[in-house]
Ligand binder design. Structure first.
Ligand code: ZN
Length: 287
């Protein structure tokens, strides 16, 4: 089981607007954004605990709102409500979802590196602690309410490939394939550039053993590789259809045990015993 992240406890008092004390048996984790970029976590915590919880009206209606966790721009994780009590964040999913409000930055509401790391760490740990599946049980607010009602968190809803990558990062961490230090912020504006730069500088060092015109390969052996395009992995060190064992998905990370030299594109033997291409179109050096 992965180590629990550092959590700053800011328990909300029992109140009908945010912490009604109703028991929760969580089967999903819902992520949210606070609605405006560059609003830090402590402000959101204070709004829930010191404003809404005391009874706060907009127009003539009281606001009912809270969140189990809030993550700040520096990666701080605040907890306001125990995970065995419901909060008011995710509409009809309040009865089964743990909610995490996450601070965002920039006009597109992406995440700082520190925020992203904490978000992955907290979700991976919660999935482990509550026996949930990172790939299936981490959801967005919009998954529950639909796009017409609300785009939340807006960056993840507008960039579903990043949401997919986020869930894979959580799963990789939960399964011990990567450590917290290995987490790369896929929402960073530099992310795609970083990945392609890595692939480029690695392939620049490659040998020209590729005599089938299959593109550039890595000459050195990485410790871990990351899949950058979905690609088959194989039972034997060849690319025959009969040896296909499954598909490695974009974003997944694998540990390499050996480089297999071939006539044509070389392959990595993975720790799992399967084989996968070294082709830089499909795999990038991770570590
Ligand atoms: Zn939301």
């Amino acid at each position: 089981m992965i180590k629990k992240p550092n959590v700053i406890e800011k328990w909300q008092k029992r109140n009908k607007y945010g912490r009604p004390g109703v028991p929760l048996s969580a089967t999903k984790i819902a992520i949210h954004y606070t609605g405006k970029p560059d609003v830090d976590g402590d402000k959101t915590v204070s709004y829930f605990n010191n404003v809404v919880a005391n009874g706060y009206k907009i127009g003539n209606r009281y606001i009912f709102a809270s969140s189990h966790y809030v993550i700040g721009l520096g990666g701080e994780i605040y907890q306001l409500i125990p995970t065995d009590e419901i909060c008011y964040a995710t509409n009809s999913a309040n009865s089964y979802a743990i909610a995490i409000e996450v601070a965002t930055t920039g006009s597109d509401n992406h995440y700082t590196d520190a925020t992203y790391k904490s978000m992955v760490h907290l979700c991976a740990w919660l999935c482990s602690y509550k026996n949930l599946n990172c790939k299936k049980d981490i959801i967005t607010h919009t998954d529950v309410v639909g796009k017409k009602y609300k785009l939340c968190p807006i960056y993840m809803v507008k960039n579903p490939d990043k949401m997919q990558q986020f869930k894979i990062d959580c799963d990789n961490l939960k399964q011990g394939k990567i450590t917290v230090n290995d987490i790369i912020n896929c929402t960073s504006p530099n992310y795609n550039k970083k990945i392609s730069d890595n692939a480029k500088s690695d392939s620049d060092n490659s040998t020209s053993s590729n005599n089938q015109g299959n593109g550039e390969q890595y000459a050195d052996i990485p410790k871990m590789i990351k899949i950058i395009h979905d690609v088959n992995y194989h039972k034997t060190p060849d690319f025959k259809n009969s040896s296909i064992a499954g598909i490695a998905l974009c974003g997944e990370v694998f540990t390499v045990s050996q480089l297999i030299k071939r006539n044509g594109t070389d392959m990595y033997k993975l720790k799992s015993g399967y084989y996968i291409t070294t082709h830089a179109k499909y795999v990038a050096k991770y570590k």
